[in-house]
Design a protein around this ligand. Sequence first.
Ligand code: 2M8
Length: 443
Amino acid sequence: MERADQPASLPSLVYNGARRVLSGNWTGSSTVPSRTLYPHQWSWDSGFIAIGLRHLSPTRAQRELETLLAAQWADGRIPHIVFNPEVPLTAYFPSPDFWRSSTAGDKSGAPEHIETSGIVQPPIHAPAAWLVHTADPEASGRAGFLHRVYPRLLAWQRYLTECRDLGGRGLASIVHPWESGMDNSPCWDPPLARIEPAAAGSFQRADLDHGCPADRPTDLDYGRYVRLAERYRDQGYADDAGHPFAVEDPGVNALLIASEHALGDIAAAIGADPSDHQVRAEELTTALLKRLWSPEEGLFLCQDVITGTQVRERSAAGLLPLIVPGLPEDVAAALVRTLRGTHFGLGGTTRLVPSYDLTGHAFDPARYWRGPAWFNVNWLLERGLRRHGALDGADAIRTTALKAAVASGFAEYVDPFTGEARGTRDFSWTAALALDLLAEEAR
Ligand code: 2M8
């Protein structure tokens, strides 16, 4: 028990701070990433949020995921944003009147009465659903949670593995940088350079009202993001009508494999046959290793599907396959060496793993996904290091992330060298994943 005259301990600062952030960002049916910068529901954010919320309220964590799944399209896609109709259109761009999902997306099965974006984000949802279930399996069983979400998660997995295998190589492609979740990564610079930007003045950014321009993407990149999204919308969000941007990203595909494993766990728990998921997980792992592993770099690299070339940039996405169960031990060991080496500096120059190569030509410790450390990426790597027995590395990330979360005011991201806060504060997944790391420490 802490005495009133003693400074609060780190666990209580994490627990109370995270609970405050998650309560403040709860809308009654889901959690916004940030009240200011991101005032709607985001897909992969909700997955990470549910993973942390399960420690406060497994029921609320179930609700978080089920609210998102209620906006799933008939073709299986889970949209990257579910819009709250009570939020003014000017609060976030691109707003629902840009995406026009219920009309432009009707042939692809967009919901009629909920407005969403038309692109997707990385598939963290099946692992999140499984972790939420394990927080209180009996209550989850009584509520029928896994029975309800399994068919939806299955349709989502099939959308990615079938409609998005644009290279025909057994991996999913992203068709917009935002689909990676690592929106402004230098990995997108070469494929984006081919896209004619939307005219400046044809759209009005809202992010600069809340974020520092030096930390956010440039206007030129924003113009290209807008052009790509407009084009996809104008083809009815169809995936068989051609894409000017199509990239196989190792982070997205690593989560796809983790999802197939989680679907196997869910299937077994509800009395369905998990063997199909096990076979698919192995097939995806084989394709990931064959297509994206670079033994010379000790890292997975993105593949530009349109040009058929490797994107020669080192990003944290290339480390994320560490979370894949059954990754060959020599590959896992090489990834751990890369994490600790000059490009990511873990345990040496950096406090948390940076989003991009410290020695890369585009490295910037402050700019969005071009160097800063993000808590979700570090949480995934903590899980991966632990899975592969690199316990000291996992413990170091966990301790540093907990301290940085509190010291930064639960920042969206931090400077990888100093831990200085960047982006918006009171950010939901930072709070949620800190809670999960705290629970890991207690275990
Ligand atoms: C950021 O992305 C949105 C677009 O989706 C934006 O910049 O406006 C990314 O960090 C993304 O990974 C995250 O899901 C989203 C909300 O937190 O913000």
